[in-house]
Design a protein. Structure first.
Length: 280
């Protein structure tokens, strides 16, 4: 019995081979392609709502500590708060667009899904995330101030760092954020247990937060809420940030994760398969 338990522990702790990670990514991505649009949309709304808690926590910290601590320290505190909503989404298995910029592409590269299916999946998840984010943003613009929990000026304080950049800078920032989110999806698949997944989610999204990178869903909530609470931010500002960040996130996830990972793992799989056949 003890030996059996030890073998099970070894199996659980054994690192996954890179081809095993790719197979799981294809399988997981393919499941999402085959889900009904209604299920995807509802899950995406849930993700948009849940990731909003990152904005809620950051705005709370901003309200409490702005002009109390040094701006550098405040920036680090906000970055530490940034991962909260991502933990809710990823561990809770809700659908987040920036994960699917790589995860949903890999089955297309393996020819198990079509580009049409990919575009539909992206559209459904993206719209669901935005809708969930808008709902949460509206709640943030009304409820916390009335509870004396958050100063509405905090939302402008969070959003202003995102908007005052030319479009190509936001695209570049979005590429880095999309790249990191694609790696997040890959590394979560390679992890064996929930605790290690939480650590990975926290580390990667902390990097996005500390770097002030543009995430098309969290950033949408930040700028949208600020546009509701401050005359300093307009819908033009929102669209400027949102379109550029979305484009960057797509490029980052597709090019630097999906294409790169698939191109260097898939030929190796073929080599393994041919070797196995020869051995047989």
């Amino acid at each position: 019995m003890v030996r059996l338990v030890n073998k099970l522990k070894e199996a659980l702790n054994k690192p996954k081979q890179i081809n095993e990670i790719l197979d799981e990514q294809i399988e997981t991505g393919l499941r999402e392609h085959k889900r009904s649009n209604q299920d995807l949309f509802l899950s995406a709304i849930s993700a948009g709502l849940e990731v909003g808690f990152s904005v809620f926590l950051m705005a709370s910290i901003y309200s409490l500590f702005n002009e109390v601590v040094h701006p550098s320290m405040l920036h680090v505190m906000l970055a530490i708060a940034y991962p909260l909503g991502f933990i809710f989404v990823v561990i809770g298995k809700s659908e987040l667009f920036t994960e699917h910029t790589s995860l949903a592409v890999i089955p297309v590269l393996s020819k198990d899904a079509t580009i049409k299916s990919l575009l539909i999946l992206w559209g459904v998840v993206y719209l669901g995330n935005l809708l969930g984010g808008y709902i949460f943003g509206y709640i943030l613009s009304v409820l916390p101030e009335r509870l004396n929990a958050i100063d509405n000026g905090a939302f402008y304080g969070l959003a202003k760092k995102l908007i005052h950049h030319p479009w190509h800078i936001i695209v570049g920032s979005g590429i880095l954020a999309g790249w990191l989110m694609g790696l997040l999806s890959w590394l979560v698949t390679s992890s064996q247990d929930t605790l290690s997944r939480i650590v990975i989610i926290t580390l990667i999204t902390f990097v996005i937060g500390i770097g002030g990178l543009h995430h098309s869903i969290v950033g949408s909530i930040e700028v949208f809420t600020a546009s509701l609470t401050s005359i300093e931010i307009t819908w033009k500002d929102y669209l400027h940030v949102q379109t550029s960040a979305t484009l960057g996130n797509i490029i980052g996830g597709v090019v630097f994760v999906a294409f790169v990972k698939f191109s260097h793992v898939n030929p190796r799989n073929k080599h393994y398969m041919s070797s196995d056949k020869k051995n047989k």
